[in-house]
Design a protein around this ligand. Structure first.
Ligand code: FES
Length: 145
């Protein structure tokens, strides 16, 4: 059963929203675990009305990424038969990549883009490349090592 962890930063409205999101994950078959546990999905419901709130949000996302850096992986095929894999967690503030197109892996949050060949930053605010993951092809299937 996939696991999801939730945390809320901010006001009572955010707490209410988090409860609703949590319930939708439960209905979809997720087990809800504490935020400091290893999970497949981490939901940080926050706002960034102040610099301090934004800083706290970034810290919380990084904490989740440290708990399970392999929560999401993106696989690309820069050339026929050549597979590359990277963490799907953006190195900016931790959004999950949403698309692979036109030679880049794209983050939906602030315009971050990374090369499909090596994960290098090509656009946006991410401070570092996507960390590489090892894969191999066995009987036509891409296996994460
Ligand atoms: S989180 Fe990806 S560009 Fe900001």
């Amino acid at each position: 059963m996939p696991k999801a962890a939730f945390t809320t930063l901010g006001c009572k409205v955010n707490q209410y929203e988090t409860q609703k999101i949590l319930e939708s994950f439960e209905e979809a078959g997720f087990e809800v675990v504490p935020f400091d546990a290893v999970a497949d999905v981490y939901v940080v419901n926050t706002c960034s009305v102040t610099g301090q709130a934004e800083s706290k949000s970034r810290y919380t996302v990084r904490k989740a990424r440290r708990t399970n850096p392999d929560a999401k992986v993106v696989v690309t095929q820069p050339a026929r038969g050549q597979y590359k894999a990277f963490s799907a967690v953006c190195t900016h503030v931790g959004c999950i990549m949403s698309e692979v197109a036109n030679g880049t892996i794209d983050c939906p949050c602030h315009g971050g883009q990374f090369k499909v060949t090596n994960g290098a930053v090509v656009a946006g605010p991410p401070p570092s490349p996507l960390p590489a993951r090892q894969v191999k092809v066995v009987n036509g299937q891409v296996i994460l090592l």
